[in-house]
Design a protein around this ligand. Structure first.
Ligand code: TRP
Length: 331
């Protein structure tokens, strides 16, 4: 039996980077896997979203939004081998979090990239941000996950997870934790509309679930160059953020088609953006509709997540009791 896990922090609508790197590959893994001996743990990481807190209503809204996004992509939550749940429902995650904290060297954690990044960009970051990777380790180690589906930016978190598991296994001289591996399906980081890595906090995202006007604005403001497309080399055109995003979002045929047009001096940046915008609307039209449908069905979402909780807590409860016993907390 193999266990896969993935999760998305629920601090807004998952952007196109999350969709291409995480959601689409996970969905197709589940759908193409006839082998029901592979289990999938799909988590809405609402505890992680607390590191970036604004208001109670927003936190709540974002939980529904993230569930609706997975559901709009048709996550098969009813499959026996699929566990679709919300992180904060599983109290054992928080419990394990404390245990893990006490085994990972502080000086090492300080070197992690989430700290380095925040040290330079955000002087008032909270302790949760520093402990973010430890919480992620709790998500993973609690379920003895084998493979964690992540974007390349999360790789260090998995290394930290492996390290903690090894430290504890060694310390108590028993393999109480499985050592997980990262599964990075898409090796490319999706650039944001300004060319820097796409991220909600940088305000540079393309959000396929936004209303048409906002989505169009996002696409139309993708960075190109100051010069006209007819005055720069083909190589320069291909290296613009716009063409990079175009390639990552569209399929091979669509990309080829646009490249031909560029080579024939038949299209400018403005119309490439218009084409990209229309492509996104067309490709995700079903999902956009379903997203609205689910957002209006909060009770249904609650029911689905409750089912996921009931399913997931059994393993979590057993595992935490086992861990407590092994580390010496049971008397
Ligand atoms: N940190 C991930 C993100 O940025 C979300 C996440 C939380 C996660 N826990 C996880 C991913 C466990 C994989 C496994 O969205």
């Amino acid at each position: 039996m193999l266990k896969f896990m993935t999760g998305i922090q629920s601090n807004g609508i998952p952007h196109i980077g999350n969709i291409i790197n995480i959601i689409l590959p996970t969905i197709s893994y589940i759908n193409n896997n006839n082998n029901k001996n592979i289990f999938f743990f799909i988590m809405i990481a609402d505890l992680h979203s607390l590191t970036n807190y604004s208001y109670p209503v927003i936190l709540k809204k974002n939980i529904y939004i993230n569930a609706a996004v997975w559901l709009s992509f048709n996550i098969k939550y009813n499959y026996k081998n699929v566990y679709f749940y919300r992180q904060s429902d599983i109290k054992e995650i928080n419990e394990l979090f404390w245990y893990l904290n006490c085994f990972y060297p502080f000086n090492r954690l300080k070197l992690s990239h989430c700290i380095k990044k925040n040290n330079t960009t955000n002087k008032t970051y909270n302790t949760g941000i520093m402990n973010y990777p430890i919480l992620m380790a709790s998500d993973i180690l609690l379920y003895d996950i084998d493979k964690v589906i992540i974007g390349i930016d999360q790789k260090q978190h998995i290394e930290i997870t492996r390290k903690i598991a090894n430290i504890i296994n060694k310390k108590i001289n028993k393999n109480i934790f499985n050592i997980p591996k990262s599964l990075i399906i898409k090796k490319k980081i999706i650039p944001g509309i300004d060319g820097v890595k796409m991220s909600k906090s940088l305000n540079n995202i393309i959000n396929i679930f936004e209303n048409k006007d906002i989505l169009e604005k996002q696409v139309m403001s993708i960075k190109t160059t100051n010069k006209s497309i007819y005055n720069i080399s083909y190589k320069e055109i291909k290296n613009t953020v716009l063409l990079k995003i175009y390639k990552l979002i569209t399929n091979k045929d669509e990309y080829k088609y646009i490249i031909e047009k560029i080579k024939n001096f038949n299209i400018g940046f403005y119309n490439i953006k218009k084409k990209l915008f229309n492509y996104i609307l067309y490709r995700f039209s079903k999902e956009r509709k379903k997203f609205i449908y689910y957002l209006n069905k909060k009770k249904l979402i609650k029911k689905i997540l409750l089912k996921g909780f009931v399913k997931s807590k059994v393993y979590a409860n057993k595992k935490i009791n086992f861990i407590k016993k092994e580390i010496g907390l049971k008397i």
